[in-house]
Unconditional design. Structure first.
Length: 203
């Protein structure tokens, strides 16, 4: 059984969450977690060329394959991760989702469990709106949304860090200076494990 973790990351925070999600999914017996990135826009690649931090993150991801429609078709469950842009997913992630019309027409994603995760610069930077709006096209595809309930250790907190019942999150800082808190990564692992467990039961 395969769980696909597909993400977009420019500065590495969503990448770290994605790796934790994949780690959590891999804990479930018989599950292979596959990590794929979203195709970058050519115009953004030129911007990254001028940014040392972003160039380093791009280099870290060079061996991670770009997600294809066949990756989505073959997966038993999919977990999508995107940084927040004005309270919504990135255009890069939206482009991937918008390219799934042929899959939608055939109902090839129907009944597959799905989860979502994100990163924002600030505490109230749109984490929940991003996760909720990411779910909308997944429901159109017929996927089964899996969240992160409050029974997960570390979710019920009042600290300035990530963690929502809609999916795993983290705070990057205004200049990307923060790293995901250990608790944020634990919640990401729990999300991966939950989606994998639900996929196992559904299958």
């Amino acid at each position: 059984m395969e769980i696909l973790v597909v993400y977009y990351s420019m500065y590495g925070h969503t990448l770290q969450l994605a790796q934790a999600v994949a780690e959590g999914a891999s804990k479930v017996s018989g599950v292979n977690a596959k990590l794929c990135r979203v195709q970058e826009f050519e115009v953004v690649d030129k911007v990254i060329d001028e940014n040392e931090a972003a160039r380093q993150v791009r280099e870290q991801q060079k061996d991670i394959p770009v997600c294809t429609l066949d990756d989505l078709r073959s997966a038993d469950g999919v977990i999508f991760g995107s940084p927040t842009r004005y309270g919504n997913m990135t255009a890069q992630m939206k482009q991937l989702i918008d390219s799934t019309a042929s899959i939608w027409l055939k109902g090839e994603m129907e009944g597959k469990p799905a989860g979502v995760f994100t990163s924002t610069a600030s505490t109230h930077g749109g984490q929940e709106t991003t996760l909720l709006t990411m779910m909308v096209p997944l429901l159109h595809l017929g996927m089964l949304i899996v969240g992160t309930p409050y029974s997960i250790p570390g979710l019920n907190h009042t600290e300035a860090r990530g963690g929502t019942p809609y999916g795993a999150t983290t705070i990057a800082g205004g200049k990307g200076e923060l790293s995901p808190a250990p608790e944020d990564l634990d919640i990401a692992r729990a999300l991966g494990q939950r989606v994998a467990e639900v996929a196992t039961k559904v299958r």
